[in-house]
Design a protein around this ligand. Sequence first.
Ligand code: NAP
Ligand code: MG
Length: 496
Amino acid sequence: MNGTTGIQDGYGLYINGQWRPASGGATLESCNPATAERLATIADATKADVDEAAAAARAAFETWSRTPVADRSEALLDIADLVEANLDHLAAVESSDNGKPIRETSGADVPLSVDHFRYFAGCMRADEGSATMTDASTLSIILREPLGVIGQIVPWNFPLLMAAWKLAPALVAGNTVVFKPSSATSLSVLELARLIDGAGILPPGVLNVITGSGGHSGEYLKAADVDKLAFTGSTEVGRGIGLAAAEKIIPATLELGGKSASIFFDDADPDVAVNGVQMGILFNQGQVCSAGSRIFVQASALDRFMEAFSAAFTAVRVGDPLDPRTQMGAQVDERQLTRILDYVEIGKAEGAEVAVGGSRYTQGPLAKGAFMQPTLILGRNDMRIAREEIFGPVGVVIPFEDEDDVVAMANDSDYGLGGGVFTASLDRALRVATRVRTGRIWVNQYNVFPAGAPFGGYKDSGIGRETHKMVLDAYQQTKNILINIGSGPVGLPYGA
Ligand code: NAP
Ligand code: MG
């Protein structure tokens, strides 16, 4: 056991209701990015392990798919209760492994996960299917059936919450799952599996967790005998998942990257605007796929807003993720921090001006961790820092003149995941919201993720929507049964 967070020294693979090491014996280390200390070892699954997990899920599908929907729904409610009862533990594990502040894990990641399990438990009960008469003698029954074995891969930015988003709809619809967390942050999902296993909520094989690097276990899962792939992560890896699914003729849902436009008109409420820019690019250290990373500010208010934003960014409390007063923690690892710092240099070379921050912390206790200063850079929409995903607390501020100007720049992007409009005029907010080509746009708020509101991307940001009951379509097959209830033959006559 590891200090106060209750993390085990080592974790195995969870296959068919059993914990065991990887068959090759290999392990990886999971670290705390705030201290650079080793937290635990995780297993690096082999191809044989992943295939075994898929076979276990295939066998479990026979009974799980026939388990009454009321019981599957009840299982989700039990999981939600279990996560809720272990909120402090899971929040501490997540903050230690990922570096995100405990006020976020205990106030957002874990409670949102609880709510997602409850939401999908309810949705599934409310989906009764449908039947209709297509003509006087034909009854059409539309049946929804689970797809089978689902391979799910998630990134490191919201490890537990992404698990909830993926597991809840898949399991409640009657599928079985082989789940792969990121090797950088596997511990919260392993703890979730340990809790579910301990409580005996799911039959063996319904949920399998395989860990290891993306290049190993991720590739093996892509190639495994599964009936659907569900992926959240980078556009580059997502494209490979889509290609693998096309080869197998199975569906894939992809939640990918973003470079979202957060638009501030001169009539925006100053306090709401400051909160919006902070939630947009500092929440989760800016490691949010829908981060408001392009900050468009109306030129008439640029000086006023820059002053307010800069003061707010400088005042943010960056520090120990486990301290409840901390507002921004560590980036997920040194590699990610290096990537962010490289982008700041790229921006400078392109002629952008760093207005606030721009560096890591080199003094005091933060020097040993992957801590980045909240950063604002004055730039242009054609710069690489405005086109490529930085995935850190680095906002690129770009001035604009009017609605047409800002809508054109917002849409001049390969991505279309999130976005925000800040203004006192609801008409204007709705005009802009309907013109920006993106899957989610917030008005006078940013980066809130309620269950029941669909989330997903246009363009290179992905295919499919999550966090809404419509994702159940992506986890089910449709079967149509047509029944002749007339008193004689139907169709074209073949008699003499
Ligand atoms: P990533 O490299 O694409 O990794 C995502 C997941 O895929 C991880 O579990 C990773 O495993 C695995 N993986 C890596 N290479 C693989 C391969 N060749 N085959 C199969 N799986 C593989 O992304 P990331 O850099 O960790 O995460 C950040 C990205 O995710 C950003 O681009 C962000 O925008 C996106 N994101 C999108 C959403 C959304 O909802 N749209 C949400 C969160 C994040 P390892 O980590 O173990 O290598
Ligand atoms: Mg870690």
